[in-house]
Write a protein that binds this ligand. Structure first.
Ligand SMILES: O=C(O)CCC(=O)C(=O)O
Length: 245
């Protein structure tokens, strides 16, 4: 198991300035294989009407997926999250995103958005840790981030296509690609603009992300504390409001 990550002063400065930071490896080879096995089991169970999807999503998978449960509830990224959030940390969302190799530019794209544009978390100190389960680059659909965009706070999002639930913020410029090896992670703020493009490689691009928030965070649109979200897990600390993991 990789030891807890503690952000260096340079990484903390980058977090404040850019709203994202690379964490390096959060999965060793065994952990990576376990997360890939979880993803493989979910993909093998996909029904025939979903088989042609450009992207597969599996959300809130802690209970059925032991590999990602171990990562999300006791992985080294929690140390980095606690450096930002303080010592009471809740995992309130988790999700696999597998981009299939169909290269469909429209269906395969995640337009520029802030994660808080989908579910606003208050206060907005919440963060996402996005873990590559394959080497990711600009060909197979890595995540791109806009450095410094988090400083704008929550931006208005619109729906680029009526037949899609994706949201977007119009953004000029490409941002920077988060090029990662399998098992490495990038951590970004809930206000950091990010996107990903289609997978133009010959193989699926697998990723898993986790959203962490402070114990006192609220999800105003759902009239819910993050800690009371279905399948929220306490991963660090334990204030009186927190349910034990
Ligand atoms: O994994 C990806 O390609 C991007 C996912 C993403 O940005 C999201 O789900 O908010």
């Amino acid at each position: 198991m990789i030891p807890d990550i503690s952000l260096t002063p340079e990484q903390l400065e980058q977090w404040r300035r850019d709203g994202f930071v690379r964490l390096g490896r959060v999965l060793d080879d065994e952990g990576l294989a376990a997360c890939r096995a979880d993803e493989g089991a979910l993909r093998a169970a996909v029904g025939s009407n979903e088989r042609n999807a450009s992207t597969h999503f599996w959300c809130l998978v802690m209970r059925q997926c032991p590999g990602v449960r171990r990562l999300a509830t006791s992985g080294p990224q929690i140390g980095a999250a606690a450096d930002i959030l303080g010592q009471d940390v809740v995992l309130w969302w988790n999700q696999f995103v597998t981009k299939m190799p169909d290269g469909d530019a429209v269906r395969g794209e995640f337009t520029w958005h802030q994660d808080n544009g989908y579910v606003d978390v208050s206060p907005g100190s919440n963060l996402t840790v996005w873990v590559a389960l394959d080497d990711v680059d600009t060909v197979n659909g890595c995540v791109w981030v806009q450095p410094g965009s988090h400083a704008q706070g929550l931006l208005p999002h619109n729906r680029p296509r009526e037949d899609s639930w994706h949201l977007q913020v119009p953004v000029a410029g490409d941002g920077v690609p988060a090029l990662l090896r399998a098992g490495e992670a990038v951590m970004f703020s809930g206000y950091t603009l990010h996107r990903s493009l289609a997978n133009r490689s010959a193989a699926p691009r697998r990723a898993f992300f986790m959203q962490y928030a402070h114990a006192d965070a609220l999800l105003p649109a759902k009239n819910l504390a993050a800690v009371d979200h279905p399948d929220a897990w306490v991963v660090r600390g334990g204030s009186s409001r927190m349910r034990p993991a």
